[in-house]
Ligand binder design. Sequence first.
Ligand code: GAR
Length: 206
Amino acid sequence: MRISVLGSGTGTNFVAIAQAVARGELRNVDIALVLSDIENAGILARAQEFGVPCAYIPVTNFKTKLEGPPEQAYIEALRAAGTDYVVLAGFMRMIKREMLAAFPQRIINIHPALLPAFPGIHSWEQALAYGVKITGCTVHFVDEGMDTGPIIAQAAVPVHDDDTPASLHARIQQEEHRLYPRVLQWLADGRVHIQGRRTFLVPPGP
Ligand code: GAR
């Protein structure tokens, strides 16, 4: 399974996935390409360290979504790399119709909350402000909504009384780094089936 990772930030999830591949813990997965909409994003530097092809593709026409000519440029780059799955790892733009159609049920995202709670940005701050005692992270298929696609897996994280936004996000990210490679292995093994809003993990083959 060839995956391409899209990110706008520091790239710790990319590193977790790349390390899992390098250690042989994530089998039959190749990281084909890393793309970012931020020129100096850490994820591009991390990709270079791992020897993964990477590119900055600017998106100048919209602030929060990927549409129009830049969307086409992303689709072309992803296709040229032979991408089976598009893996969003801190990519801070909404994915729109053309790209969803180019990779139907083949785009996944990790979100730093237990969806449907706290969609959008700064979810760990939303969780602290609301006062929940448990939050976490969610891996889900991407659809046209904001963090609304079918959920594949979730992991729970406790909120401590002395948490700051930074300490809570760090604890959530520790779980993200375990959850994302695990889900990618399920996808590579063809074990994730979708029925409507629900997904099912079928038993491993012989
Ligand atoms: C991750 O915590 C991810 O869940 C979040 O951005 C961070 C990226 O970190 N994504 C979103 O908030 C999407 N709405 P990373 O660049 O270190 O992997």
